[in-house]
Design a protein. Structure first.
Length: 253
């Protein structure tokens, strides 16, 4: 961007040419396969991520190769199967980067450098059951990648609601500034949490369930219908989106 602006000031290019160059400078195009938004973190506070399912594996490799050549930021790949991760690791085993894979969350972060910083805030992550942990872990990885500390408590749903209250009290004592609450089945937990706390609650319906609750639609509808104020709801199994929204809240100042 600096080079483009210097050329404009020096009269080497006109305004129209500068505008075109600035626009193209925001996008990395990978062999007509993908157009990667490298300036998203400047606008939104969090970089673009690669959604792995349905992508051809060879296309995925081309995206990774080009990104690592042209960007200085970490690369995040979501919903990545362990089988694909093992193949990626074998292909890139000679590179100097750190491949940090969370098997449960199926999310890979390729780190170009590891910087240790003090967390800028704390975010609580809660699940109703153990079957929701994979989505919660996806959120945790993104929360930590975004420079915050995740405080987690899993399997504290309404089926044994006495388990929830001490965990909420501990998180509030720790100073969490937002909660991410993952629940399947009837999706009641975010409403309960929102009725107990004075910070934003982000509900994540999960696809855990059977019968009418199969696929997570009942949990989604229940969270959208919540009578407790202060809840935002993301899509089914969208731990990534919940975490980015929580980081947006934290970064609002």
């Amino acid at each position: 961007m600096k080079d483009i602006l210097e050329k404009l000031v020096n009269g080497e290019i006109n305004i129209a040419q500068a505008e075109k160059l600035l626009k193209t400078n925001n996008i990395l195009e990978f062999d007509e396969i993908a157009k990667f938004d490298i300036k998203r973190s400047d606008r939104t506070g969090f970089p673009e991520a690669i959604f792995s399912p349905s992508k051809d594996f060879n296309d995925l490799i081309i995206i990774i190769q080009n990104y690592l050549k042209k960007s200085n930021e970490d690369l995040i790949i979501t919903k990545l199967s362990n089988e694909r991760y093992e193949k990626i690791l074998e292909i890139f085993k000679e590179t100097p980067y750190v491949f940090d894979y969370n098997k449960r969350a199926q999310i890979l972060v390729i780190r170009k450098q590891i910087l240790k910083k003090e967390p800028k805030a704390k975010i609580g992550i809660i699940t109703a059951g153990t079957s929701d942990i994979n989505i919660a872990e996806e959120a945790r990885v993104i929360i930590e990648e975004g420079g915050c500390e995740a405080i987690t408590s899993y399997d504290v749903g309404v089926a044994g609601i006495h388990r929830l209250f001490p965990q909420i009290a501990n998180m509030l004592k720790e100073g969490v500034e937002a909660f991410i609450v993952c629940a399947g089945m009837e999706g009641a937990l975010p409403s309960v949490v929102a009725g107990l706390v004075d910070v934003p609650v982000i509900g994540v319906p999960t696809s855990v369930g059977y019968g009418v609750g199969e696929g997570g639609r009942v949990a989604l509808d229940a969270m959208l219908q919540s009578c407790a104020p202060g809840i935002a709801v993301v899509n089914i199994d969208n731990g990534f989106g919940a975490a980015v929204f929580a980081l947006t809240i934290i970064n609002r100042d």
